[in-house]
Design a protein around this ligand. Structure first.
Ligand code: SF4
Length: 459
């Protein structure tokens, strides 16, 4: 089992990696299956059924739109967010989906998109099933997929065989735990970033790795730049106003006065996180890091590094991303990065932990200190439930990204001031996170049937 940095950091669209990016990719995969079974001359329509959390919060998360876009052949990293409303209107008015040159599907939304609120597929809360039908309604092909967080998709057959990942590449420096990772660093006299870089060479060249890391950072920067300019109210009906643009204008105008307040840096970090999370909530272009709900944290902490840390540089940004990914891989493979599986500790908690590790690496802390920072950031996110109001990735998600960003930076400062000894290891906190998530009642796991989602009245 091997996971790349670029499996964790993917350029996509908001608002949700599990409920938007994942279903879009699953729809792409099903069309590819239809083609590989040579069904293009017989297929007339595709029925998509959504189960569990996908059904509970899918409308707010844009799952229906994502499925239609996926069936249209659009992909999360290349679809133009500005074209999406037009594409959806066309499907609705024509009641047809042009999947590719050889497949035209009949599509009536109520008939071909079915929400099963009271049912779950057996292996994960985010289940969906696609059925290809001929003109008489006879079944030609059926496939179930699970969206397991961070835009990762697994076919039912792979889940059933407990194949967590499909890639079995041999890596030069494999690790399956935080302890193994640190041991490998110490034994080989390498940093975590160097270990990740060497592993990444399994899949791509040096030039490609660096270009792709830089593209991820540029996408994060662009997202902040768009987020601070886009005033207005977020879609979905909660009437949540964007806050990042006003904070940005205030900070930009009052910079001299603000120097008297040393905590102004917190306003900047909050603003970066809000800008990205608001873009995500609006369905804009974001980097899944490691999920969309928590997509604001790593960009916010990276901007803090770039703008506020003396001598910050491009190598520091690359080391940040590589190290954050190493920690993300541990959560992905040992626990979960899915709010529907373990609550928001799996999204905001994991992103905070990854960002803490990344910042610690950019600041050249030792592998032990990086592990400590990652552990601290998660330890104080344990038990964080997923309870988005109205099924929208807005409240509490947007502010939670700002809080998670500050927590990451504080974790690094605490680890840096520590003498190196700590009682709770990263591995133990990952294990605890998984067990806590397993024990959490279902309604706290991205169903919008618990927590803030039921105590705040939608108007
Ligand atoms: S509450 Fe957390 S896990 Fe749930 S949708 Fe919001 S960011 Fe994601």
């Amino acid at each position: 089992m091997a996971v790349s940095v670029f499996d964790l950091f993917k350029i996509g669209i908001g608002p949700s990696s599990s409920h938007t990016v994942g279903p879009m990719r699953a729809a792409n995969m099903f069309i590819a299956q239809v083609m590989s079974h040579n069904l293009q001359s017989r297929i007339n329509s595709i029925k998509t059924e959504l189960y569990g959390s996908l059904s509970h919060t899918g409308r707010g998360h844009g799952t229906d739109k994502a499925i239609i876009l996926g069936l249209l052949g659009e992909e999360p990293d290349t679809v133009d967010p500005d074209r999406i409303p037009g594409l959806l209107e066309q499907v609705e008015s024509e009641q047809k989906i042009q999947a590719n040159e050889s497949i035209t599907l009949q599509f009536k939304i109520k008939k071909h998109l079915v929400w099963h609120k009271r049912k779950k597929l057996p292996l994960h809360s985010n289940g969906m099933q696609f059925t290809a039908l001929d003109e008489e309604g006879n079944e030609l092909l059926r496939k179930a997929y699970y969206s397991v967080g961070g835009g990762f998709i697994l076919a039912h057959s792979h889940m059933a065989k407990e194949h967590i990942m499909e890639d079995d590449s041999d890596l030069p420096y494999p690790f399956t735990s935080g302890d193994e990772l640190i041991e490998s660093c110490n034994k080989n006299n390498m940093t975590i970033a160097q270990i990740m870089y060497a592993n990444e060479l399994t899949w791509r060249s040096q030039t490609d790795i660096e270009q792709q890391l830089d593209q991820i950072w540029q996408a994060m920067e662009s997202c902040v730049q768009r987020g601070v300019k886009a005033d207005g109210v977020l879609p979905g009906g909660l009437k949540v106003a964007r806050r990042a643009p006003k904070i940005y204008r205030d900070l930009d105008l009052k910079s001299e006065k603000d120097l008297a307040d040393p905590l102004t840096v917190l306003d900047w970090i909050n603003m970066y996180a809000l800008a990205v999370s608001e873009e995500n909530a609006a369905g804009g272009r974001v980097v899944t890091a490691p999920t969309n709900g928590a997509a604001g944290i790593i960009p916010a902490v990276l901007h803090y590094y770039k703008e506020f840390v003396p001598d910050s540089n491009q190598q520091g940004i690359r080391d940040f991303l590589l190290t954050a990914a190493a920690v993300g891989i541990l959560y992905k493979t040992k626990a979960s990065i899915s709010g529907a599986e373990v609550g928001c500790q799996g999204e905001v908690g994991v992103a905070s932990s990854m960002a803490a590790a990344g910042l610690a690496a950019a600041l050249k802390l030792s592998p032990d200190e990086i592990e400590n920072a990652a552990e601290i950031a998660m330890e104080h996110n344990l038990g964080l439930t997923c309870d988005p109001i109205g099924g929208l990735v807005q409240i509490p998600c947007i502010e939670r990204n700002a809080m998670g960003s500050i927590k990451s930076i504080n974790a690094v400062r605490m680890a840096d001031r520590n003498d190196g000894t700590h009682t709770v290891s990263l591995d133990k906190v990952i294990k605890t996170m998984k067990e806590t998530g397993d024990d959490m009642k279902e309604h706290y796991k991205e169903t919008s049937r618990g927590g803030l989602a039921v105590n705040i009245i939608e108007c």
